[in-house]
Write a protein that binds this ligand. Structure first.
Ligand SMILES: C[S@@+](CC[C@H](N)C(=O)[O-])C[C@H]1O[C@@H](n2cnc3c(N)ncnc32)[C@H](O)[C@@H]1O
Length: 555
């Protein structure tokens, strides 16, 4: 899967033999954490023309013809075209909702390509079609099941495009022609395996392999002036000749093995073979759970102390068990260093104790799947028609999933931290509007302020735990990559409380992400970080007194 290529040589990077599966960059020199390795603009952006009016109308006309539904909705331009796109019922009757969503995404990428195609230079096209993609003509033994499913989806998308492309549009001309259809199939496979966020495909960045312990990060340009320039930066010191890898997982980089594999199979059509996944020597630290053998659980549930405490401090001694890497969820055995026992899920276990242990492993696996489905919106939580009610239903569901994760998997398992962070995100998002709405009624304000302060304290506690969890995974990337937004959000809330003590506390939080911001965030974000850090220094006596008074009402 890897090929060592000299990044400093344009010639080497361009001289690519399209018959082999290229690996990725290996550095031709050593890099220090934060060094820029490569900056690149995309070859093409297969946009989903959701927002910008102009692109969207161009897109409608050039591909599906403008068949706008009559609407009085002034926000219609913000509708997502993926949702609007109607596929013929006959072609989707055997497909799941998930596959329909994927096929719509492919149909839109096809339409976007058809629209851009006349303006692409031969050189751009050549570079684009050199990128790795599963072969279309050899679907035999050498091809993985994931790649076969990618090809199947792409073929389904092509057939659907042939049915829905409006006459005399660029998409229709492309799909009705045999050569054009072949070109599109290859393009969609390339898109499936190589596109970054927003449908951006790069000549060189798209060749970076994935690792669940990557040594590089792709971000925007530091000035933030050019949205389309992406920069590959060293996430840690990288030795000369080392392969440069990135993560395709987003925040799921911090999830356990089965979930990471599921995301990669589903979104990028491969089984990950990185060191973190294939090593059976190391344990899956993202899935530590109190040992089902030596922890006195009641059935599948944990007692409260273990649910919410780390277990390393004070009187509470809990042995944690960790699953081995490189096993699918149902086959994972978990090992406890405390009692030296190995537990696995075996539905045929006879003894009561073994049955109980097996149930724990089984419940942990199920909890992982359920949390992933909740986070991805694939679960059965239904929303009513009333907007506020929907939010309440969502919030309640998130709270229930958080309870489930803490009580089944415990304080050191990824599911607990992910669910807690989604509750924290919601509470920080509501903070500003609630805070601003105060000032009408003193008694109500006091109550609201108390709730806000409790919310902030809970958020600080949850984010602190997530930091401990992420640091404990010992990945090469800084945990700030995952926790930056939460940490900045918390600091913002603390600063808006206005009193010097809260602002000083905000500065302590910000110091956790300061180095990361300097190395990886845009100039604009660095300014935000430094102003949050220095807010308490600017705290003038008059502003301070006022806010201190506001707080004193509840203290
Ligand atoms: C964007 S391309 C990366 C470059 C590609 N390896 C090449 O040869 O040009 C993504 C494809 O690389 C392969 N790949 C990347 N990371 C991998 C990993 N950790 N384990 C297995 N295959 C991987 C998969 O075939 C995946 O579909």
């Amino acid at each position: 899967m890897t090929e060592v290529r000299d990044l400093s040589s344009q010639k080497a990077a361009a001289a690519i033999d399209s018959s082999c599966q290229y690996g990725l960059f290996a550095s031709s020199k050593a890099y220090k954490k934060g060094d820029a390795i490569l900056s690149e603009s995309p070859l093409i952006i297969l946009k989903h023309p959701s927002e910008p009016d102009k692109v969207r109308s161009q897109f409608d006309k050039s591909c599906f013809a403008a068949k706008k539904k009559p609407s009085n909705d002034k926000d219609e331009k913000d509708d997502n075209i993926i949702i609007d796109l109607t596929l013929p019922a006959s072609s989707t009757k055997d497909l799941t909702a998930h596959h329909i969503k994927k096929i719509k995404g492919l149909a839109l990428a096809a339409a976007s390509y058809a629209m851009h195609r006349p303006n692409l230079t031969d050189e751009t096209k050549e570079k684009l079609f050199q990128l790795y993609h599963p072969s279309t003509n050899n679907q035999g033994d050498g091809v993985s099941d994931e790649e076969k499913s990618a090809l199947k989806l792409v073929n389904q998308a092509l057939k659907i495009c042939q049915q829905i492309a409006a006459p005399d549009t660029s998409l229709n001309r492309l799909v009705q022609d045999a050569k054009g259809a072949d070109e599109l199939i290859n393009l969609l496979l390339i898109y499936s395996c190589n596109a970054f966020e927003g449908g951006r495909i790069y000549h060189r960045l798209s060749r970076a392999n994935h690792s669940c312990n990557p040594n590089a990060i792709v971000g925007g340009s530091s000035s933030g002036d050019d949205d389309d320039v992406s920069v590959l930066k060293a996430a840690c010191d990288i030795a000369e000749g080392e392969e440069i890898t990135i993560s395709y997982l987003g925040s799921y980089l911090y999830a356990g093995y089965p979930t990471r594999q599921r995301v990669l199979k589903d979104s990028k059509y491969f089984t990950c073979q990185c060191d973190r996944c294939s090593s059976t020597v190391h344990s899956d630290l993202a899935s530590c759970l109190p040992c089902p053998v030596c922890h006195p659980r009641t059935g599948r549930y944990l007692d409260e102390d273990v649910m919410f405490d780390e277990g390393d401090e004070g009187d509470l001694t809990v042995s944690y068990a960790t699953p081995k890497n490189g096993m699918i969820a149902e086959e994972r055995s978990i090992e406890c260093k405390g009692c030296n026992k190995i537990t696995s899920f075996n539905p045929n276990e006879q003894s009561m104790r073994k049955k109980k242990e097996a149930a724990c492993v089984n419940y942990m696996n199920k909890a992982e799947e359920k949390v992933y489905d909740r986070l991805e919106g694939n679960d059965s939580v239904t929303s009513g028609s009333d907007g506020d009610k929907n939010l309440d239903v969502e919030k309640e569901a998130n709270e229930q999933f958080y309870e489930m994760a803490t009580s089944i998997c415990g304080a050191k398992h990824w599911t607990t931290h992910f669910m807690n962070l989604s509750l924290i995100e919601e509470s920080l998002a509501n903070f500003q509007s609630t805070f601003m709405s105060m000032g009408q009624n003193a008694a109500e304000d006091a109550e609201t302020m108390e709730e806000l302060l409790t919310g902030i304290a809970e958020a600080a506690d949850g984010i602190e735990r997530a930091w401990m969890y992420a640091s404990g995974l010992n990945l090469k990337t800084d945990p700030s990559q995952w926790l930056f937004d939460y940490t900045v959000g918390l600091a913002r809330a603390l600063v808006s409380l206005g009193d010097a003590k809260s602002q000083q506390y905000a500065a302590q939080w910000i110091s956790k992400v300061e180095d990361y911001a300097e190395a990886f965030e845009s100039d604009g974000m660095q300014k935000v970080v430094s102003s949050l850090k220095n807010a308490w220094k600017r705290h003038t006596s008059s502003e301070g007194e006022e806010s201190d008074k506001k707080r004193q009402k509840v203290d």
